[in-house]
Design a protein around this ligand. Structure first.
Ligand code: GLC
Ligand code: CA
Length: 533
């Protein structure tokens, strides 16, 4: 039944290991915890969620200044998350269930505790000195250029190291020094890291900030943000530098040597025409690239339609889209799109589920999205992230108990205030729950060639409705999503479509799955439907 590559038609589920499942009561999620929940993710039957792959955010040894995105050893497991043997067992158990596993690959920077950086900072003539980016201060003592950290709280991207009287570059925290990718030894060492995980059997990698790594070798000043014509971020010289494509082609050649492994890149570029360059001119770079322009759309039918249509237009032949609405770096869609009443967010989350799971492209779900989990409330004294991302990282809500079924101890971040009602156990057997909707849509998608690899075409809308056709062979589906909180009617009949179709899925559990008129097709408030034509 499968046509093409697994990563084109599968559903990928992101796990933030620290917050998924604690197995030993220390309040921190861990690898054995993930293994114990694999049946929930896919046990081969529609009782389970049915995802095809998981992506694990970093679980490597780390001082956790950026909760694992500051890696101190690329080839091991942090003691709080388990051991390499635990990882192998997780991989074995996942594969037994047909679940592929992606690991997070963080090539732009290491932790300042990584032995490479420890050596690099020890003296100016250490062999590792050139593995990082060191520069003398200017005559007035200031850093070499005006580059800024991605985290506004950090400020400049250079930190002075008194021991050797030079500055080093860090695109994120000072505890995350940037590697010098112009140095061939760095490239070789990072290729070895990839091989380490691919040899263990992982199915692919998510590449952290895949548009960084290379930067202007002359380290020129960035133009002031708004004056820059070519990039709204003003990051002309410190990201999206041409050499990054050579680096990505190197990763791709290595992956291709292993058969059907893949890479999805976190490419923080919002201009779709630039973003698609990351697939490579000969489709020889990333297999998939996150499309963050989509994630940042306001909750409006025309905004999402325009974003998808534009992406479809600029996507090179043979390249493949992906869509995601939530991850560990952004407020959850459930909360982002909440009108402020706490209810509309949950209703919109159902429409968002249908959107993600019916578009042409690989859906990435973020753990908790399938139960409509909201951002947690994190009081000031419990804040641990420098960049305000704790709310979307609170523990997964498995049940209504004190530790939400996540832990028997004290959770590292507080449990969300809705956990007593918004949790897996409460939704599992309720056919009207959002969890049931996700399960139904994912399993429906598996059985539909049109949804998995069919064509996409948006069709004339009624105001507030995003409607599109998905077609493969003789299978024709109409997806109509009402982004408004009032009923809407879409006159599909007038668009050259049949006057009757069959509703096969709805975000409203009460809607009968039966034949229905399309001239017009009536939609309830915040309702989405999949109609077979
Ligand atoms: C990526 C990660 C984010 C991290 C940053 C630095 O954007 O998703 O969590 O802080 O890279 O590694
Ligand atoms: Ca634990």
């Amino acid at each position: 039944m499968a046509v093409g590559d697994w990563w084109r038609h599968g559903v990928i589920y992101q796990i933030y290991p620290r917050s998924f499942q604690d197995s030993n009561g220390d309040g921190i999620g861990d690898l054995p915890g993930i293994t114990s929940r694999l049946d929930y993710l896919n046990d081969g039957t529609p009782v389970s969620l049915g995802v095809d792959a998981i992506w694990l955010s970093p679980f490597y040894p780390s001082p956790m200044a950026d909760f694992g995105y500051d890696v101190a050893d690329y080839c091991d497991v942090a003691p709080e998350y388990g051991t390499l043997a635990d990882f192998d067992e997780l991989l074995r158990q996942a594969h037994r269930r047909g679940i592929r596993v992606l690991v997070d690959f963080v090539p732009n920077h290491t932790s300042d505790r990584h032995p490479w950086f420890q050596a690099s900072r020890s003296s100016r003539d250490n062999p590792y000195r050139d593995w990082y980016v060191w520069r003398d201060p200017k005559l007035d003592g200031s850093p070499r250029n005006n580059w800024r950290s991605y985290f506004p709280a950090v400020g400049g991207a250079w930190t002075f190291d008194a021991a050797t009287a030079q500055y080093y570059l860090h695109s994120f925290l000072p505890q995350q020094p940037d590697l010098n990718w112009w140095n061939p030894e760095v490239r070789a060492a990072m290729h070895d890291v990839l091989r380490f995980w691919l040899d263990r059997g992982v199915d692919g990698v998510r590449i952290d900030v895949a548009h960084k790594m290379a930067r202007d070798p002359d380290l020129r000043d960035n133009p002031p943000p708004l004056a820059s014509g070519e990039s709204s971020s003003g990051r002309r010289y410190d990201e999206d530098w041409p050499e990054v494509h050579t680096i990505l082609r190197g990763f791709r050649r290595l992956l291709d040597g292993y058969g059907d492994r893949m890479a999805v890149g976190e490419v923080g570029i919002y201009d779709p025409a630039r973003l698609v360059r990351y697939f490579g001119e000969a489709l020889d770079e990333l297999h998939l690239a996150f499309n963050f322009a989509f994630l940042t759309q306001p909750w409006r039918a025309d905004a999402f339609r325009d974003s998808v249509d534009l992406y479809e237009r600029v996507l090179p032949a043979g390249a493949w889209p992906t869509y995601t609405l939530s991850n560990h770096d952004n407020p959850r869609a459930r909360s982002r799109y909440d009108g402020g009443d706490g209810r509309s967010g949950l209703r919109r989350a159902r429409v968002a589920a249908m959107l993600l799971l019916t578009l042409r492209g690989t859906p990435f779900l973020y753990a908790g999205e399938e139960i409509g989990q909201a951002d947690g409330e994190v009081p000031p004294e419990r804040v641990v992230d420098v960049h305000g991302r704790d709310p979307e990282r609170t523990p997964l809500q498995w049940d209504g108990s004190r530790g939400a079924g996540f832990t028997t101890g004290d959770p590292w971040l507080p449990i969300g205030s809705e956990a007593a009602s918004v949790n897996v156990a409460a939704q599992r057997d309720d056919p009207a729950s959002i969890l049931s909707l996700y399960r139904q849509l994912i399993w429906y998608r598996k059985g539909s060639a049109a949804l998995r690899w069919g064509s996409y075409r948006s069709i004339g809308t009624a105001p507030g409705v995003f409607a599109f056709l998905r077609e493969a062979g003789t299978e024709r589906l109409l997806v109509a999503l009402n982004f408004g909180d009032e009923p809407a009617a879409l006159d599909a009949g007038s668009l050259g479509l049949p006057s009757v179709g069959r509703v096969e899925r709805s975000t409203e559990a009460a809607r009968p799955l039966a034949a229905c008129p399309l001239a017009p097709l009536e939609l309830g408030p915040d309702e989405g439907v999949v109609v077979r034509l």
